[in-house]
Design a binder for this molecule. Sequence first.
Ligand SMILES: NC(=O)c1ccc[n+]([C@@H]2O[C@H](COP(=O)([O-])OP(=O)(O)OC[C@H]3O[C@@H](n4cnc5c(N)ncnc54)[C@H](OP(=O)(O)O)[C@@H]3O)[C@@H](O)[C@H]2O)c1
Length: 267
Amino acid sequence: MDRSTKVPLRTGRAMPLIGLGTWKLDKDTAEKIELAIEEGYTMIDTSGDYDTQPGIAEGLRHAGVTRGDIFIVTKVEETEDALESAKRNVGQLDIGHADLILIHRPPQYGAGEPLWEGLQRARDEGITRDIGVSNYSVEQLEALMETSGEVPVVNQIEWSPFGFSDEMLEFCKRHGIVVQAYSPLTRGEQLGDARLATLARAYGKSPAQMILRWNLQRGTIPLPKAARRVHRRENLAVFDFEISQRDMDVIDGFNRHYSALGELQYV
Ligand SMILES: NC(=O)c1ccc[n+]([C@@H]2O[C@H](COP(=O)([O-])OP(=O)(O)OC[C@H]3O[C@@H](n4cnc5c(N)ncnc54)[C@H](OP(=O)(O)O)[C@@H]3O)[C@@H](O)[C@H]2O)c1
């Protein structure tokens, strides 16, 4: 496994192992995206409601990146018309097509079948290559799969050593759904955990790097957001060490269904 390794998607395409989160990337988004591309990021996660899409478009233009070398994930809101929202997002991103568009959250009622149909049309029209969901529980995934007859390629959910679900991971692995880990660094809130710090010292790595490597070894795809260059670089430097099985088990033991957002949406 190295930085160029990709995860196969069940549709035949492939996705990078780490993506740059862009929620609250805020000012100078274009500059940060351009730098991130230079630093080696090949996947960017955004959404229509992050206000970062125009900045991402500008950053990608300045970086002069070849379209096929970058994987762009965006999301449609559950209250919107999915096809229209997909078109608007891709227009703002100025990328011709997205690689992956997700339903941002399940709607209040049902499993989002009309949204899914909108995304299927977006895919048929070439607006996106793949489609998936975010914040779905196992039950909501099952319901959507049963009514649509299709398996989402990705479920993007909050996921850190302090808050994750073995049941979800097993379900997703069984159905070929890739788990993308959002808020993987707990928005910084648990990086000071003393047990994590002790392990990190033993490996000569930072707590953030331990968390990201734990994801890679578990087969989940982390999307760390980092406005600071030093953080972005650190977060990509996770391919030169391996956490032992024993220490993976120790890190698994940190799980207490913690959520930096208030509550794990999918448990
Ligand atoms: N689908 C959804 O519903 C959903 C929900 C939430 C998030 N997301 C996605 O997931 C991405 C990541 O989640 P997030 O932004 O909530 O939180 P996060 O990635 O867990 O944490 C970001 C925070 O960690 C800091 N940080 C980054 N690298 C670090 C390092 N190496 N050492 C110490 N601190 C570090 C960042 O600081 P600096 O920025 O100052 O560098 C920032 O304050 C989002 O940006 C978004 O793309 C999706």
